[in-house]
Design a binder for this molecule. Structure first.
Ligand SMILES: Nc1nc2c(ncn2[C@@H]2O[C@H](COP(=O)(O)OP(=O)(O)O)[C@@H](O)[C@H]2O)c(=O)[nH]1
Ligand SMILES: [Mg+2]
Length: 308
């Protein structure tokens, strides 16, 4: 596929951590574009999302994963399984923790499982994120206690949002991945079908706009995609919700809510594509969508991974 330059390297780096640690923000920062959606709410990322970044002659394929937490629903179990699957398939693992929260019970459990399951020889780095929010002393203490719990190959202090420390991390990762030809063309930044990226962008706007459990009870699928000869694109998406009441909330009075969400999503998809987009959203009530295998494959998850 590619002419491989002298010394080329290529490998997968899994970003794992608790929900909200900043994994998707870091992936986007590394790639230089928003390929993974980000919100202030937990469990925004549902599937493994690959973003590709070049560092010299090294091609680093970052794998953003759903947050790791104690799952209850089938969807949650599938998500957590996908996260650990991402880690075990990767050449290098980066555990992100939040400087502001320190070693939570959740972080402890993740470190314990890393110690248990990660094959010796697979580098696992620690990235303490959101350092823009805490004092330096706290950071040093936190780094020490984490390294007492597990011998991390290296510890980084970063701010995914502000970009601090991100270059050091990327350079180090570039040296850790194996020698070999690149997996993707040099200019490719994501490995996710456009129809899925577009569905995720709409889901991000829904998650930001809707409250409480509603964002966790809906899913978005791109139903139709038509690049027209006049240079515009028509995209039809379906939003599946679990209850009639949810549909009402989503539509809002006189359809105002869905209109605003659609317009925000349309703007973002349009900017990403560099084309004028006409986005059509349809809301369907599907009480059982959380138990339908097809919904999972559309999300990029394995339905059976959710088996209790
Ligand atoms: N202050 C600060 N906030 C951050 C930083 N990185 C991520 N965030 C915020 O943390 C929240 C969760 O980020 P996200 O990337 O979705 O986390 P994920 O669940 O691990 O993928 C979002 O509101 C981000 O804007 C950072 O370095 N500093
Ligand atoms: Mg995420």
């Amino acid at each position: 596929m590619n002419d491989v330059p002298e010394g080329a390297r290529a490998g997968f780096v899994a970003l794992i951590g608790e929900p909200n640690a900043g994994k998707s923000t870091l992936l986007n920062r590394m790639v230089g574009a928003k390929v993974s959606i980000v919100t202030h709410k937990v469990q925004t990322t549902r599937a493994r999302i690959r973003g590709v970044c070049m560092e010299g002659v090294s091609q680093i394929v970052f794998v953003d994963t759903p947050g790791i937490f104690r799952p209850r629903r089938r969807l949650d179990r599938s998500m957590v399984k996908a996260a650990w699957g991402g880690a075990s398939d990767a050449d290098v693992v980066v555990l992100l923790i939040e400087a502001t929260r320190g070693i939570t019970e959740g972080v402890e459990a993740i470190i314990a499982r890393i110690a248990d399951e990660m094959p010796k020889g697979k580098p696992v780095a620690l990235a303490i994120n959101k350092i823009d929010r805490v004092k330096a002393e706290t950071l040093l203490e936190l780094a020490e206690s984490c390294n007492a719990a597990f011998p991390f190959a290296k510890t980084f202090m970063i701010s995914a949002e502000k970009g601090y420390g991100v270059k050091d991390l990327r350079e180090w990762l570039a040296e850790q991945i194996p020698s070999g030809p690149w997996y993707y063309p040099e200019d490719q930044i994501a490995d996710l079908p456009m129809r899925m990226i577009a569905a995720e962008m709409t889901r991000e706007k829904l998650t930001l706009r809707l409250h409480e459990e509603l964002p966790y009870q809906l899913t978005v699928e791109t139903e139709k995609w038509e690049d027209k000869s006049d240079g515009t694109t028509r995209i039809d998406q379906i939003i599946y919700v679990a209850r009639d009441g949810h549909k009402g909330i989503l539509l809002g009075a006189k359809g105002e809510t869905i209109k605003q969400i659609g317009s925000a999503a349309r703007a973002e998809i349009s900017e990403f594509l560099g084309r004028t987009v006409h986005l059509f959203l349809q809301v369907k009530v599907r009480p059982n969508w959380l138990e339908e295998a097809e919904r999972y494959s559309e999300m990029g998850l394995d339905f059976k991974d959710g088996d209790a």
